[in-house]
Design a protein around this ligand. Structure first.
Ligand SMILES: Cc1cc2nc3c(=O)[nH]c(=O)nc-3n(C[C@H](O)[C@H](O)[C@H](O)COP(=O)(O)OP(=O)(O)OC[C@H]3O[C@@H](n4cnc5c(N)ncnc54)[C@H](O)[C@@H]3O)c2cc1C
Length: 365
């Protein structure tokens, strides 16, 4: 959209000589809410626009849990950023004054032959790891020839509790305006002006589009939309082997399955990258989930899967950069940023996006 239509111009919010800026955030998922928190902590005025309730149960972020993993083999820069994210989560937990992060660690299956190399890399990166004995863990489908390596700087983020805690904290801050049921219709990419469904036009000193998989409706970006089917399981009766168990990945015959452990009122969640598929839109209402569930059942992610009661099935969407398959944070113009794609680790890395946007506000001052 061009910035030269006949809409009445709205004045930028920053008063001359004032260090405080006005930041407009579109979308109250984890990216939008943590960005609002970072900007409010830096002393800026913030407006959060969310099309549904706040937080919105339809947001990608609104789930029981998400994993945080820090060791990215072969990517020391990425590992350093993930360690930074891990520290941010501890800081946010202290700020909100409520448990949000189960530091149970993250276990990943690694080829036995490359174990020494991996342990050396973990040492260099400062990621504490260990190799738990099989008897310490619930039965996991580690592929043959692999060893489970547990990172201590990882675990499970209690995703929906994060959203509620952030929204509660923001609601108490002077200078923060939370606007649920405010749908953004379009955005002027040049000026960063935001047009709501009601016709209201808003402009801050900086705007971030953080609409999750729906961001692509507001700003054109080269992203691929993915859909994934997830299975929620209860524990087998009398089974306490999951107490304190880590999140685990690299499981199953193809080494692409993962599980998030149950605990503090959450279920066990299981899925695999093999059931992650590119789709055209976020409407999954007509899609038959049985082929994906059958696929998950035979993959061997949990060798004794038939012992676990199935509690629910859910599909979820995320976007990834079409070129790299990873995340995408773009500065469209001086006053407009877009989180065009979050990739598969967009929850755990949201504090880094929040920090980058708070820095961008400072740079623009
Ligand atoms: C199956 C699956 C498993 C995942 N596992 C992990 C994991 O283990 N670890 C991890 O770190 N990440 C994981 N992710 C990724 C992570 O969940 C997402 O990247 C993250 O939650 C995206 O957060 P967000 O705030 O950017 O978007 P969302 O949470 O989708 O929030 C966007 C918000 O914007 C609102 N909105 C949209 N359009 C408009 C509009 N026009 N006007 C106003 N509001 C609007 C929506 O209602 C919504 O509330 C996973 C994703 C999937 C799909």
């Amino acid at each position: 959209m061009s910035s030269t239509t006949g809409l009445a111009p709205t004045a930028p919010a920053r008063a001359a000589g004032s260090a405080a800026a006005h930041v407009v955030v579109v979308g109250a998922g984890v990216t939008g809410l943590l960005t609002a928190v970072a900007c409010a902590r830096a002393g800026h005025r913030v407006t959060v626009l969310e099309r549904g309730p706040l937080p919105n149960p339809d947001a990608t972020s609104h789930d029981q849990h998400r994993a945080i993993r820090t060791l990215l083999p072969g990517d020391p820069g990425g590992t350093a950023r993930r360690l930074d994210a891990h520290r941010h989560w501890q800081d946010l937990e202290a700020l909100f004054g409520t448990p949000l992060y189960r530091r149970v660690g993250t276990l990943t299956a690694h080829p036995e032959g490359r174990l020494d190399e991996l342990l050396a890399e973990a040492d260099r990166a400062g990621v504490p790891v260990d190799l738990p004995a099989e008897r310490e863990l619930p039965p996991l489908g580690l592929p043959p020839g692999t060893v489970g390596v547990r990172e201590r700087t990882g675990g499970v983020l209690l995703a929906d509790r994060v959203l509620h805690a952030a929204a509660r904290w923001l609601a108490t801050r002077p200078g923060v305006v939370l606007r649920p049921h405010s749908t953004v219709r379009s955005v002027f990419t040049g000026s960063g002006r935001i047009v709501l469904d009601t016709g209201e036009v808003l402009r801050g000193d900086l705007a971030l589009l953080a609409g999750g998989p729906w961001t692509r409706r507001l700003a054109d970006s080269p992203v691929t939309l993915h859909r994934q089917t997830m299975l929620y399981l209860g524990r087998p009766a009398g089974d306490d082997r999951w107490d304190g168990a880590p999140a685990a990945g690299g499981l199953g015959r193809e080494g692409r399955g993962w599980v998030l452990p149950p605990g503090v009122g959450t279920l066990l969640k299981l899925s695999s990258d093999t059931v992650c598929r590119p789709v055209a839109d976020t409407d999954s209402s007509g899609e038959d989930q049985r082929p994906y569930l059958e696929r998950l059942a035979v993959e061997g992610v949990l060798p004794d899967l038939d012992r676990y009661p199935v509690v629910g099935v859910r599909v979820c969407h995320y976007t990834a950069d079409a070129a790299t398959g990873g995340p995408l944070l773009t500065r469209v113009s001086p006053g407009l940023w877009t989180r065009a794609a979050c990739g598969g680790s967009g929850f755990s890395t949201a504090p880094l996006v929040a920090e980058r946007i708070a820095e961008a506000v400072k740079e623009a001052a």
